[in-house]
Design a protein around this ligand. Structure first.
Ligand code: PMP
Ligand code: GLN
Length: 384
């Protein structure tokens, strides 16, 4: 393994899912639903396969039907206009969109600011591009992980190339507020920075939280690459259909990298996702309500087990502090958890450069059936 990637090894998700399989524990580690997405969307994929649509290389930027559906979704939901021909690019999941964006936009030695804790592929993507990551830590206070805007401002230097933002935020479940996003946007404009924003959990916001795309703030549309994915919104994480929306110039740049990573991906699934994006509003409302109910089952279970819970405003992850159990090392706690309680979770420390700041936090996924979450809660209640 070369020096750029030496620190990365195997992703924590693969490691923890393997641990769950080996021990038979309930897997609340890797974030994937235990119930597949809508039947009609699966049928759409089967139909495309049978009809011979997408079984050979689809067009490089993605099939026109999907690019049109993505543009229509951004317009309908957020009032953002993107030209399906020049401002939308289909990728092999959000993961490829992240890697291709970084490979296309970062010069070796450039600094990339990312919110810490961060999704693990950000660090690897920055490293592959030869960039330097500069973490800005979200700090827990009053029940929520918060962004310190002064700290973000202070992190910008002459070498800063881009801000890598994620909202709703994995792993903390924070949804950046309108004020926070407006400040990020002002900073980006003032310092003339590019922004790559990972909004894969755009449909998973709860309570009073609202997802507002960074691209919708003044001066942002043409400096922002917005990333999303069908994996999260439609519960098909195995299909690996993602996309970006951005200015023609940025789409062309990202496509230059993308075409040498995978060239194209998963033709029949692109047809199915085009149909999924056109599902009636009730699909999205029901999906959110269902996840909200699951959040509350697991959050209550974790509270009963004695952990301090940061009830998330978005995503399908809940972060808990294990210190009330007399524990302080999340990595050791998660290693022992399958034996102790028959549950797998992810130590949040692995998403930090400042590991000590993440040490007492553990991430649990709640995109699981309610009976599974109840069983997990029962098992965890033995920890007390
Ligand atoms: N970004 C975030 C924040 C995620 O949580 C995930 C997946 N869990 C991804 C990107 C990757 O998405 P995909 O599976 O579409 O590659
Ligand atoms: N995004 C999912 C998570 O955060 C897992 C993705 C992966 O396995 N790489 O759990």
């Amino acid at each position: 393994l070369n020096r750029r990637l030496a620190e990365f090894g195997t992703t924590v998700f693969a490691e923890m899912s393997a641990l769950a399989l080996r021990t038979g524990a309930i897997n609340l580690g890797q974030g994937f639903p235990d119930t597949d997405g809508p039947e009609e969307v699966r049928e759409a994929a089967v139909r495309a396969l049978r009809d011979g649509r997408g079984n050979q290389y689809p067009p490089g930027p993605g099939i026109p039907e999907l690019r049109t559906a993505v543009a229509a979704h951004q317009q309908r939901r957020y009032g953002l206009s993107f030209d399906p021909d020049t401002e939308v690019l289909v990728t092999a999941g959000a993961t490829e969109a992240i890697a291709a964006s970084l490979l296309a936009l970062v010069e070796p030695g450039d600094e990339v600011i990312a919110l810490e804790p961060y999704y693990d592929s950000y660090a690897a993507g920055i490293a592959m591009a030869g960039g330097t990551r500069v973490p800005v830590t979200l700090r827990p206070s009053e029940g929520r992980f918060r962004l310190d805007l002064d700290e973000l401002r202070d992190a910008v230097t002459d070498r800063t190339r881009l801000l890598l933002i994620n909202t709703p935020h994995n792993p903390t479940g924070t949804v950046l507020t309108r004020e926070e996003l407006a400040s990020i946007a002002e900073l980006a404009v003032e310092r003339d920075l590019l922004v790559v924003t990972d909004e894969v959990y755009e449909h998973l916001v709860f309570d009073d939280a609202e997802h507002i795309p960074l691209a919708s703030f003044p001066g942002m549309r043409d400096r922002t690459v917005t990333i999303s994915s069908a994996g999260k919104t439609f519960s098909f994480t195995g299909w690996k259909v993602g996309w970006i929306t951005a200015s023609p110039q940025l789409v062309t740049a990202v496509r230059s990298a993308k075409q040498y990573l995978t060239y194209v991906s998963a033709g029949p699934f692109q047809y199915a996702v085009a149909e999924a994006l056109a599902l009636p509003e009730s699909y999205f409302t029901d999906f959110r309500a269902d996840m909200l109910a699951k959040r509350d089952v697991l959050a209550a279970g974790l509270e009963d087990a004695g952990l301090t819970v940061y009830r998330p405003s978005g995503t399908y992850f809940v972060t808990a502090d294990i210190r009330p159990l007399g524990e302080s090392d999340g990595v050791a706690f998660c290693r022992a958890l399958p034996e102790r309680a028959g549950v797998v979770a992810i130590p949040t420390a692995v998403f930090y450069d400042h590991r000590e700041m993440g040490a007492p936090f553990v991430r649990f996924a709640f995109c699981k059936r309610a009976d599974v979450l109840r069983e997990a809660s029962d098992r965890l209640s033995d920890l007390r």
